[in-house]
Design a protein around this ligand. Structure first.
Ligand code: DGL
Length: 362
């Protein structure tokens, strides 16, 4: 025979139920206030796995799906309302122009939606700086876009992926990141897409913006900005990829002592519409290569003088007479980023003076 619960116990249970309900409503209400951030996963080490907890090289990149990446960081729910999409699942050395166009179109479609406040892109670190700069030039929104990767797989001791992902989502959800251009967030640091570069093959502090400087830090669940990028980006660029299915072929030839024209001639013969000459020093041209560069230019191939050095300005008419050769100087863009700008520039013009203007604007 069942006995009715004492009135006081019923009252207590009812009060607890009311408290839990109002707590859940309060939690739902505060969650509703959180920004909506979409995570677009592309692969890389942040989605990688190794055989043991001490495997920090020789692991497999691009094995963990976006849902597991999100599940592994439950704290994300405290900083944003997160959704995940698996756009690709690749090691980023395999990133292609076609991947970039697909990704950029998806980013622009999502950011045009009122229910998306920011985007985080998880990405392999090998070409992360390139994807970031490409998006910096073609994303048509002021909403935050943050690229994030990891130098260790999630299976490793002190893996950096989870905290990097948390910080990237926190940054993409922040007011401070609006209008700053595409950002790169790793190792508690905030970098501008244009100037950040991978400086070490394997250490956690690999991403740096040498000399020109990073934009700020993420510390104690908050972004701190100290600089902004001086060059135009996102909504302020002239580039529109919405109707593009391909990008012009632009290749890079690397300068070194005793360099000959073989590599240059090969890329021109393969159909390059532009060549980035990653020269020694201030973009110097070896005498043995100049005739082939001139011949390429006469065939209509755009030539950009960049430098393998990594920092500093490649000055127009410095180490070569660009006016006479009708070449373009890369300013401070490293060769891989100069390639990206030249590809997009060639979708707008083949005039070298027009393209030089773009290298001083972006
Ligand atoms: N294969 C490299 C890549 O996907 C792994 C490096 C990394 O993601 O940190 O870029």
């Amino acid at each position: 025979m069942s006995h009715p619960l004492p009135a006081r116990l019923l009252q207590t249970l009812f009060a607890c139920a009311m408290l839990l309900t109002s707590a859940a409503q309060a939690a739902a209400a505060s969650a509703d206030k959180l920004a909506h951030v979409t995570i677009l996963a592309t692969g890389g080490t942040i989605a990688g796995s190794g055989a043991t907890s001490t495997t920090t090289v020789g692991y497999t990149a691009a094995t963990v799906g976006v849902d597991r990446l999100i599940q592994a960081v439950p704290e994300l729910a405290k900083v944003a309302q997160v959704k995940g999409e698996q756009v690709f699942q690749i090691a980023s050395e395999n990133m292609s122009n076609e991947h970039w166009l697909t990704l950029a179109k998806r980013v622009n479609t999502l950011l045009a939606q009122p229910d998306v406040d920011g985007i985080v892109i998880t990405h392999g670190t090998d070409t992360l700086e390139e994807t970031a700069y490409f998006l910096d030039l073609v994303v048509k929104s002021k909403k935050p876009v943050v690229l994030v990767g990891a130098m260790r797989p999630g299976t490793a001791l002190s893996a950096d992926g989870p905290i990097n992902l948390y910080n990237a989502v926190l940054l993409a959800a922040s007011e401070e990141a609006i209008g700053k251009g595409v950002l790169v967030a790793l190792n508690d640091q905030i970098h501008a897409a244009r100037d950040v570069t991978k400086t070490n093959t394997s250490t956690l502090d690999s991403f740096k913006t040498p000399e020109l400087g990073m934009l700020g830090y993420i510390q104690g669940n908050k972004p701190y900005f100290y600089h902004v990028s001086a060059r135009k980006h996102t909504v302020d660029t002239e580039f529109d990829i919405s109707k593009l299915d391909a990008l012009p072929q632009v290749d890079i030839v690397y300068g070194y002592a005793n360099m000959g024209p073989a590599a240059l001639n090969a890329v021109v013969a393969s159909g390059a519409k532009g060549v980035i000459h990653a020269g020694v020093g201030d973009g110097s041209l070896a005498g043995k290569v100049v005739p082939s560069l001139k011949a390429a230019r006469q065939q209509g191939v755009l030539i950009v003088r960049a430098s393998r050095v990594g920092q500093g300005i490649v000055a127009r008419n410095g180490e070569a007479n660009d006016d006479e050769l009708d070449f373009v100087a890369a300013d401070t863009l490293n060769p891989q980023k100069a390639r990206i700008l030249l590809m997009l520039a060639l979708t707008r013009s083949t005039d070298s003076k027009e393209i030089q203007r773009m290298f001083y604007r972006y």
